[in-house]
Design a protein around this ligand. Structure first.
Ligand code: T3D
Length: 256
C-alpha cells in the first residue's frame, strides 16, 4: 500500500496490482491504521483512495492462506477486517473519495461504496462477485446497495454478479460520477482538493445525519437536523462561511 500527501489530501493507493489489489491480511493490517492516522492528523482534510495498475480492488484475496479456504471462519474474517474497515470509513472526520480506476469486485466494490463520493473511470466496472462463490454481499453491501439503487437493482446486481459498467453505475445512482479515462486521476484529485477546502466538520456531520435519518421517521430526522445545526451553528466554520460570504471572499475553513 502507498500512502502519500498532496497538500491537505491524504492519498491511499492499494498496491498489489498483480492480484488486482485484492485484500490480504497484510493489506488490512496497513489500511486501517492508515485511515486512523489520516483521521487523527488535523492537517488532513480529505482522503482519496485508489488502486495501482488496471484494477481498483478485486475484493478478498482468494489465495490468501490467512483468510480463505474451507478451514477459515469467514464470519470471523468479516468481523476482524471488513466490519472495522467499513465503520472506519463511515466515521471519518473528513470526506473520503474513492477513485475507482478499474474493476472493483466483491468487497472491493463495497469498500468503494462505503466512501462518501465515488468517481470511476469510464473503463472501470463494479461486480458484486459474492454470489459466484456462494456468499452474500459484505463490507456493508447489504445495507448500501438497496439504499443507493433500490431493492430491485440491488438484488439484480447481487444475485447475478454481473459486471456493471461505470457509466451505468453513475446513471443508476450507485456512484457519484463517471469520468473519462484520460486525465482520470487529475479529475479525481481536483475533486479531492475541492472537498478538502470545504468545511470538513459539516461534511462529516452531513454523512452522519443522512445515515442516521435513514433509520428514522420524518419528525425524528427534523429533530436531528435541528440538533446538528445547533452544534454547527456554534462552530467556527459557520461564522467563517457567513463572514466570507458577506465580505465576498473565499472562506478559510478550519474546524474538523
Ligand atoms: O474470507 C473470505 O473469503 C471472506 C471475504 C469475502 C469478501 C469478498 O470480497 S468475496 C469476493 C472475492 N472476489 C472475487 O470473487 C473476485 C475474483 N476475481 C474476478 O472475478 C476477476 O479477477 C475480475 C472480474 C475481478 C477481473 O477479471 P479479469 O479477467 O480482468 O482479471 P483476471 O485474469 O481474472 O485476474 C488477474 C489476476 O488477478 C489473476 O492472477 P494470475 O492468473 O494473473 O496470476 C487472478 O487470479 C488475480 N485475482 C483476481 N482477483 C483475485 C485474484 N487473486 C486472488 N484473489 C482475488 N480476489
Amino acid at each position: 500500500m502507498r500512502v502519500g500527501t498532496d497538500g491537505p489530501v491524504r492519498t491511499i493507493t492499494l498496491n498489489r496490482p498483480a492480484a488486482l489489489n485484492s485484500f490480504t491480511a497484510e493489506m488490512h493490517a496497513l489500511l486501517l491504521p492508515a485511515l486512523d492516522e489520516a483521521a487523527a492528523d488535523d492537517s488532513v482534510r480529505a482522503v482519496l483512495i485508489t488502486g495501482a495498475g488496471r484494477a481498483f480492488c478485486a475484493g478478498q484475496d482468494l489465495n490468501d492462506p490467512g483468510m480463505a479456504g474451507s478451514a477459515v471462519d469467514v464470519g470471523a474474517v468479516i468481523e476482524r477486517h471488513y466490519r472495522p474497515l467499513a465503520l472506519r470509513l463511515r466515521t471519518m472526520p473528513v470526506p473520503v473519495l474513492a477513485a475507482v480506476n478499474g474493476v472493483a469486485a466483491g468487497a472491493g466494490a463495497n469498500f468503494a461504496l462505503c466512501c462518501d463520493l465515488v468517481v470511476a473511470s469510464r473503463s472501470a466496472s463494479f461486480i458484486q462477485a459474492f454470489s459466484k462463490i456462494g456468499l452474500v454481499p459484505d463490507c456493508g453491501g447489504t445495507w448500501l446497495l438497496p439504499r443507493l439503487v433500490g431493492r430491485a437493482r440491488a438484488l439484480g446486481l447481487a444475485m447475478t454478479g454481473d459486471r456493471l459498467a461505470a457509466e451505468e453505475a453513475a446513471r443508476i445512482g450507485l456512484i457519484w460520477q463517471c469520468l473519462d479515462d484520460a486525465g482520470f486521476m487529475d479529475g479525481a484529485m481536483a475533486l479531492a482538493r475541492r472537498l478538502a477546502a470545504m468545511p470538513s466538520r459539516a461534511l462529516a456531520e452531513t454523512r452522519r445525519a443522512l445515515d442516521s435519518a435513514a433509520g428514522m421517521d420524518f419528525a425524528d430526522a427534523l429533530t436531528l437536523e435541528a440538533d446538528t445545526q445547533r452544534a454547527l451553528g456554534r462552530a467556527g466554520d459557520f461564522a467563517e462561511g457567513v463572514a466570507a460570504f458577506l465580505a465576498k471572499r473565499a472562506p478559510r475553513f478550519r474546524d474538523r
